[in-house]
Design a binder for this molecule. Structure first.
Ligand SMILES: [Zn+2]
Length: 227
């Protein structure tokens, strides 16, 4: 974190004291970043609904677990989390993600949490990577190791949200990620991201992790936009 963003976060913390936070979902002055009404209105997925399987190259597949549908005021709150400097939302979001994961994967594997990386330039602009914040909170809750540097984004791709066509989204992230074998070899990796839309990004990350020797790759997202 650079000095400017550290100062900005200090300033935000000071403002929180002076002016209680406004809900990032509905805008109500409730004193929380994501209010209980918004939490109750979110469409949480039951364990049987929370899982999707994506095909990878060869015989492999990727299990993706999502906590909620990308719907209701959760959309507004996720947008704020990504683009409006509200890292505080990580705490509210990680909690239902941890519960969703434990419901679908009640095993004792020593999962290593790896956030989907931003390009370094974008992370500098934003001041943080929202997926890393989620991974850190999840690591604390689930007792898993967190390895934010295991994956690197080696190409500054166009934002997936700006691309409507599925095939173009896949092409946009093809080869965009490289994993460090020293950090992932022979380990079960749990990828962490905020939203699962077409799965193009998660798939590209999983291929890079398997290429670096990961024993197994699954993914956990806060929300799922389709299906
Ligand atoms: Zn709200």
């Amino acid at each position: 974190m650079n000095a400017a963003s550290a100062l900005r976060r200090l300033w935000v913390a000071l403002l929180d004291l002076l002016y209680p936070p406004r809900c990032c979902g509905c805008g109500a002055f409730t004193g929380s970043w994501w209010c209980s009404t918004c939490r109750a209105q979110a469409v949480w997925l039951a364990p049987s609904e929370a899982q999707r399987t994506l095909a990878l190259e060869g015989e492999r597949s990727l299990l993706v677990c999502s906590a909620a549908r990308y719907a209701t005021t959760l959309i507004t709150a996720i947008h704020a989390f990504k683009y409006e400097a509200t890292p505080q939302l990580a705490e509210a979001f990680a909690d239902p993600m941890a519960r969703a994961w434990q419901a679908v994967m009640p095993d004792a594997l020593p999962w290593v949490l790896v956030p989907v990386p931003l390009h370094p330039r974008r992370e500098r602009e934003r001041g943080y990577n929202q997926s890393t914040l989620l991974a850190r909170r999840l690591g604390a809750q689930l007792g898993y190791a967190v390895t934010p540097r295991a994956l690197r984004r080696v190409r500054n791709t166009a934002q997936q949200a700006q691309i409507a066509d599925d095939a173009q989204r896949q092409a946009n992230v093809q080869g965009a990620f490289v994993a460090d074998p020293r950090l992932v070899n022979a380990k079960p990796i749990l990828l962490v991201d905020d939203v699962y839309t077409t799965g193009a990004t998660l798939r590209a990350c999983a291929e890079a992790l398997y290429a670096a020797g990961a024993a197994q790759v699954s993914a956990l997202t806060l929300a799922r936009a389709r299906g």
